[in-house]
Design a protein around this ligand. Structure first.
Ligand SMILES: *Cc1c(COP(=O)(O)O)cnc(C)c1O
Length: 495
């Protein structure tokens, strides 16, 4: 299986190259040349396999330049011992037809663990094949969840160093503590004076600085990226949608008319994985794309116009506060019939004018495949409250956006097919908003808030979050934007 760039389909690379480099040289994203197909027989065989073996089966279809031993090592390393009960993606039910796919049982309690636990293995294996054994240096700019999940994933992985930059005042207290207390010999965490965009811009500048790259290579190092456009993050996300469908089949449910999938969306990575699962043969009828008040994707699905020139809102579901959904480029490529020139022109419009409009044929395809909906913070809180009252089931703010939009979809269309709703974070990661949604007073002391949420709802605080109560802060350095080069030098011990 080869991969091509969305902006130049003559740029053909191996899976190792796609993962080690992350992005193509013309700025495009790597996509598989074709998607492997699963048939009824495959699904039946998968029924009897563990999550690890299902993952191995899917990875083998996509990573054809990895040996079976390499895939075995990557998958076991990622999914054995890191998730509650070694079940990375269990499901709960809200009534007969609604299945909640809980993707937050990993070390940082958000769905990003499913990809970032395995990415370090995939990346070091890939780098070994295409980068001649140089040490991989991962630079991350984060507004919270990605940084911690990447730190946990890369912690003490041989031949890697990871440096995470976060805005000093732009992450939640719990997220800051999660990162500042990170263990490991190869991890470096730096607060910066500025906002997330400042961190992101500076990281991109360092990443593409040829003099700096030369210096790294003299020290037998090279930069790599762990962000969500890396194919090594998408592939593991396809696995849990296939696995969830197979789990539903195993219960004997009647799925002969197909299923729907609803995903709370930011960068369009998670829902894109569901789209790929559909193309591979999982009988998904509708992909329901749920946004918070930053409803750039809702408007795109409904009008065919992507317009980022709009107000940016800070919401109670911060991991979806985003106006440029990078992974959408892969959908555009597919729906345009792999028209690389057209995709490049749309993305060029986006960077020049902040906006693009797709042609009529693509609009029609998108409205057949997707439903787009959004909800604001009040509706999010009401949904948390309602879901707990009705089912005794506690959800976080991001999952609540999905549940709310799914309900709107069902009311509008009457479509009652079995649905999988992706639950992307533990409610304890956003304990303040969740507790307030239940109508309770929120304490200034973040640990009291956790305890109160646990008392009231009779649910357990996940261990990784409870452990923060006694965590030791290791990283306290704060850098100015101009000083981020020095932060990298200092972290890597070079000058
Ligand atoms: C990152 C994130 C999302 C959005 O996922 P995308 O793949 O960017 O669409 C949703 N919920 C949570 C909790 C997240 O951390």
């Amino acid at each position: 299986m080869n991969y091509v760039s969305t902006r130049d389909s003559k740029n053909v690379v191996s899976s190792s190259f796609a993962i080690a480099h992350g992005i193509s040289k013309e700025g495009g994203l790597f996509v598989p040349e074709s998607l492997p197909k699963l048939n009824e027989n495959d699904f039946n065989n998968l029924k009897n396999l563990s999550y690890v073996d299902r993952a191995k089966f899917i990875f083998k279809l996509f990573l054809t330049d990895f040996t079976d031993e390499e895939i075995d090592k990557c998958v076991k390393g990622a999914y054995i011992g890191s998730f509650d009960d070694d079940k990375p993606a269990p499901m709960s039910k809200l009534g007969d037809n609604v299945n909640i796919l809980e993707l937050w049982h990993g070390p940082t309690c958000a769905f990003k663990d499913l990809a970032l636990q395995i990415l370090p293995f995939l990346l070091t294996t890939s780098a070994g094949k295409v980068s001649g054994g140089n040490k991989s240096v991962i630079l991350v700019a984060t507004s919270g969840d990605t940084g911690k999940a990447a730190l946990e994933g890369f912690c003490d992985v041989p031949n890697t160093e990871i440096i995470v930059f976060y805005p000093e005042n732009g992450v939640s207290e719990m997220q800051k503590l999660q990162m500042a207390s990170q263990k490991g010999e190869n991890v470096h965490v730096c607060a910066i004076k500025g906002n997330f965009d400042d961190a992101q811009t500076a990281v991109k500048k360092i990443f593409t600085d040829n003099d700096f790259k030369k210096k790294l290579s003299e020290n037998k190092m090279e930069f790599s990226s762990a962000n969500s456009i890396n194919w090594g993050r998408l592939c593991p996300q396809i696995v849990y949608y296939v696995s969830a469908y197979v789990d539903m089949l195993s219960t004997g449910a009647d799925l002969s008319n197909g299923i729907n999938i609803c995903v709370p969306t930011g960068n369009f990575g998670n829902i894109l994985a569901a789209y790929y699962a559909k193309l591979m043969g999982v009988p998904i009828k509708k992909l329901i794309c749920a946004s918070n008040k930053n409803r750039v994707l809702t408007d795109f699905i409904n009008t065919g116009v992507y317009n980022r020139n709009r107000e940016f809102y800070l919401t109670s579901s911060p991991s979806m506060d985003i106006l440029i959904s990078s992974n959408l480029e892969r959908l555009l490529y597919d729906l345009s019939g792999c028209d690389d020139g057209y995709v490049a022109s749309l993305l060029s419009d986006l960077s020049k004018k902040g906006e693009y409009e797709i042609n009529g044929e693509m609009k029609e395809k998108i409205s057949n495949l997707f439903y787009g909906g959004s909800c604001d913070d009040n509706e999010t809180a009401a949904t948390i409250n309602e879901t707990f009252e009705k089912y005794g089931y506690l959800i976080d703010t991001h999952t609540a956006v999905a549940v709310n939009v799914y309900n709107k979809y069902k009311d509008e269309t009457g479509d009652n097919l079995p649905v999988i709703i992706a639950s992307t974070a533990s409610p304890y990661k956003f304990a303040n908003s969740v507790l307030a949604a239940l109508g309770e007073d929120v304490s200034d002391d973040k640990f009291k808030t956790l305890d109160k949420l646990s008392d009231i709802t009779k649910t357990d605080i996940p261990k990784p979050i409870n452990d923060l109560k006694t965590a030791t802060v290791r990283f306290t350095d704060v850098y100015s934007k101009e000083d981020m080069y020095n932060a990298v030098n200092k972290s890597l011990g070079i000058n």
